[in-house]
Design a protein around this ligand. Structure first.
Ligand code: GLP
Length: 238
């Protein structure tokens, strides 16, 4: 396995190094297809992109989305990404899931659009504490494409924490790009921040390659860059 590790000692540095890795990845490409993650991890990266002020041109491909939320729901990942990065960067072409659509049709629509627009050029990803990538939960086949998934209990709990005011009702299902879609990416940038991710990062990169740890598919991935803070890398150095 060959990959590049970029270490950051604080959040500002993390954001700037992630931005540099991203700009290096898109350099010279005309309208690449780019996957971007939601979550706490990429916040300093999006801050750095906004602060930079330049407007890189790319097609945004949505990684994952809750199923069954209304178009105006602020919890939609599409809305989150729009606020944090896509609107500020003026990204116009967005291949997003329609959370409120008939689910099976929506899966087919996204598969068709991916087939037309071509494979993903750059997948920027986070990793869940249980090793999930996008919403590919433990047990996900490495060969699945776009699909509907049941969210793991720990994922629902982690996602509820993004929306403390949202009460008890929370989506139990989601759309996600599959690991087969992500494996096809020419370049992958994995963002990992915080001590809470140290053990799962170690398992994903140094443990057994298994669907039980979806992120372990990365061990076979070419063109992988890991941008991580010192805390997240701590278990790799034991
Ligand atoms: C979320 C998202 C993922 C994200 C991951 C880690 O549930 N579905 O796309 O990468 O879990 O999130 P965080 O960065 O908040 O730890």
């Amino acid at each position: 396995m060959k990959y590049t590790v970029v270490e950051a000692s604080n959040d500002t540095e993390f954001g700037l190094k992630a931005k540099a890795a991203f700009y290096a990845a898109i350099d010279g490409l005309s309208m690449p297809n780019v996957v971007l993650p939601t979550g706490e991890t990429p916040r300093p990266f999006y801050q750095a992109l906004r602060d930079d002020g330049s407007k890189p041109a790319f097609t945004y491909v949505q990684l994952d989305e809750y199923l069954g939320l209304a178009e105006s729901d602020p919890r939609l990942f599409a809305a989150w990404l729009a606020r944090d990065v896509l609107d500020p960067l003026d990204i116009k072409i967005r291949l997003t899931f329609n959370s409120a659509a008939e689910p099976e049709q929506e899966v087919r629509r996204m598969r068709d659009r991916l087939a037309v627009h071509g494979p993903i050029d750059i997948a920027v990803l986070g990793i869940g504490s249980n090793g999930h990538i996008g919403f590919n939960e433990p047990g996900s086949s490495f060969d699945h494409g776009v699909r509907i998934v049941d969210l793991a209990v720990e994922t629902i709990a982690a996602n509820k924490a993004y929306w403390p005011q949202s009460g008890t009702s929370f989506p139990a299902q989601a759309f996600t790009l599959g690991l087969a879609d992500l494996k096809a990416a020419r370049q992958t940038i994995l963002l990992v921040r915080g001590e809470g991710k140290a053990e799962i990062l170690r398992r994903a990169l140094l443990g057994e390659i298994t669907p039980d740890v979806p992120g372990s598919y990365l061990q076979r991935q070419k063109g992988l860059t890991i941008v991580a803070d010192t805390a997240a890398l701590s278990a790799m150095k034991l």
